[in-house]
Design a binder for this molecule. Sequence first.
Ligand code: 4NP
Length: 163
Amino acid sequence: MVKVLFVCLGNICRSPMAEGLFQSMILERNFISKFSCDSAGTSAYHLGELPDNRMRQTAQKHQINLTHRARQLTPQDFASFDYILAMDKSNFDDIITLQQRVKMADQKALSCEVMLMRAFDKLKTDEEVPDPYFGKVDGFEEVYQILQRCNQSLLDFLVQQHY
Ligand code: 4NP
């Protein structure tokens, strides 16, 4: 079983959308025994909350129901997951900083690979999945489109690497 964790700042917009999309692709491609996924935030701003209404509405338009409850990234995640996908560079830096600290105490954390989500974007125009929280409504559809492209390539990459 390959385990993937999607991480953003608040865990109420980008990463739960990435998780919902990845989960639907796993189901579509009959991969439930091969992959599992979850999401988390680097911050504790929205602990326990459902995803932002605007992100949930966008997901619904694409037949995806987001039911994740926000949680913060923990040291244990580096041992529990094989891959952590960061939505932007600031998330990436925060994840790596925590991983460096955890590595000293837990060698299992070493094998977790941290990557930028947009490294998988075939139409990449930027290194980051833009944070839609303070932006315009159409920012949410843009995030969906970016994550859709990235997740397709990510899943292809993981199948190639592991199966
Ligand atoms: P996310 O978006 O990181 O994609 O979940 C944000 C959600 C909340 C905040 C920032 C970004 N906030 O500052 O509360």
